[in-house]
Design a protein. Structure first.
Length: 318
C-alpha cells in the first residue's frame, strides 16, 4: 500500500442474482472483481474526477454476519491517482471526500457487470434458467449498492478486519455452539438492522438445525484455487515492480516494515546462538524427510495445478 489516504468501498451484488452466483460461482465472482475494478479505473481516469492512474486491493466476502448468502467485495482504493509525468506526481480527486459521485459509481458498476454477464451468457460460460433479457429488465433500472467511506490515512483497522477473512469464512468457533438437548446449532451474530448510529451493533442469536447450519457454512466455500484477494492498477504486483524505483519516497509505505525487521533482528542478536538445550552443542546434521506419496496422490495431484517439487524437504536436528 502507498503512503496516501485510502477509501474503503464495498461493491454488493444484488440479491436477485444470488441463484445465478451459486450456480456459476467462479464466473460470477470473477466478473464481480473485474466489474468493480473497471468501474474504479474508468472513473479515476476521467479528469472531472481524478485524472490519474488508480489502484485497488479487493477481498471477496460471500456472507453476512449471520452467514446468509450476501456476495460483496471489500476494496481499499488510494484516494487519488498517479500521473505519469517526469516527477511521478500524485493527483488528488476534485472532490473533498470521494473519488466520484456515488450515484455515478453505482450506475457504472451496474453497467459494467451486466455487460460482462451478457457476454458470458452468450458464450455459454454462465448457465441459468432465466435469460439475460429477463435479468437485464429486472436490474437495469435498479440502483446497485456501492458503499463508500470517507478517505482516511489510518487504514490499520480495516486492514486488520479484512486480513482475518483471507483464509477462512465469516464465523469463528466462539460464535458457534451446539445445544445437545435441543439438538440445535446456535449462531451469535451482529444485528446491524437494530444498530444505533455511532454504537457497536447489538448481538443477536439464531438457532438452526445441524444440517442447515452445515449448509450455510459450506455455501461460502469458494471454488478450488479461486483467488479471493486480488490487486489491480498501482497495487498489481507487475505494475508496482515496474514503477517502484520511480515513485517519490513520500508515496512509499515501507519504512515501518524495515524498522520492524531491524527491531526483530536486534532482539535476536541479544541472546545466545541457537544450540542444543541438552548438551549445548552447535553441531547439526541433516536428515532427509521423504514426501508422503499418498498425500500427493490424494490431495495435490489435480488437473488444475501440478504437484510440488519431488525434492525432499530437510530438517536440522541436534
Amino acid at each position: 500500500m502507498l503512503s496516501v489516504p485510502y477509501v474503503h468501498t464495498t461493491f454488493t451484488l444484488p440479491h436477485e442474482l444470488n441463484g445465478l452466483a451459486k450456480r456459476n460461482q467462479e464466473k460470477v465472482y470473477g466478473l464481480l472483481f473485474k466489474s468493480s475494478w473497471k468501474t474504479i479505473k474508468k472513473l479515476c481516469d476521467q479528469e472531472e474526477n481524478v485524472g490519474g492512474r488508480a489502484g485497488m486491493t479487493a477481498v471477496l466476502h460471500t456472507w453476512g454476519s449471520d452467514l446468509k448468502y450476501h456476495v460483496h467485495l471489500h476494496c481499499l482504493i488510494p484516494f487519488g491517482g498517479l500521473v505519469s509525468d517526469p516527477n511521478m506526481s500524485w493527483k488528488w480527486p476534485k472532490r473533498k471526500n470521494k473519488l466520484a459521485r456515488y450515484r455515478e459509481m453505482c450506475r457504472v458498476f451496474r453497467e459494467m457487470f451486466l455487460k460482462g454477464l451478457k457476454g458470458l451468457m452468450e458464450k455459454g460460460e454462465v448457465v441459468y434458467h432465466r435469460s439475460y433479457e429477463q435479468i437485464d429488465k429486472e436490474l437495469s433500472n435498479k440502483r446497485w449498492v456501492v458503499h463508500n467511506t470517507h478517505p482516511t490515512a489510518n487504514t490499520a483497522v480495516i486492514e486488520e478486519y479484512l486480513s482475518r477473512y483471507i483464509c477462512r469464512i465469516g464465523i469463528t468457533n466462539s460464535r458457534l455452539s451446539y445445544d445437545a438437548v435441543g439438538k440445535n446449532v446456535e449462531i451469535k451474530y451482529n444485528d446491524y438492522r437494530n444498530q444505533v448510529k455511532g454504537e457497536a451493533a447489538p448481538k443477536a442469536y439464531r438457532n438452526l438445525e445441524p444440517l442447515v447450519a452445515m449448509q450455510m457454512i459450506l455455501q461460502h466455500q469458494v471454488p478450488r484455487y479461486f483467488q479471493r484477494v486480488r490487486h489491480y492498477g498501482l497495487h498489481a504486483g507487475a505494475t508496482y515492480k515496474r514503477i517502484k524505483d520511480e515513485l517519490p519516497s513520500h508515496l512509499k509505505r515501507n519504512g515501518k516494515t524495515v524498522r520492524t525487521i531491524l527491531q526483530i533482528l536486534k532482539e535476536l542478536l541479544k541472546g545466545e546462538p541457537n544450540c542444543c538445550e541438552k548438551c549445548g552443542s552447535l553441531d547439526f546434521e541433516e536428515i532427509v524427510l521423504r514426501n508422503d506419496e499418498q498425500y500427493l496422490k490424494k490431495i495435490l495431484l489435480l488437473k488444475k495445478r501440478g504437484p510440488p517439487s519431488e525434492k525432499a524437504g530437510t530438517k536440522c536436528i541436534s
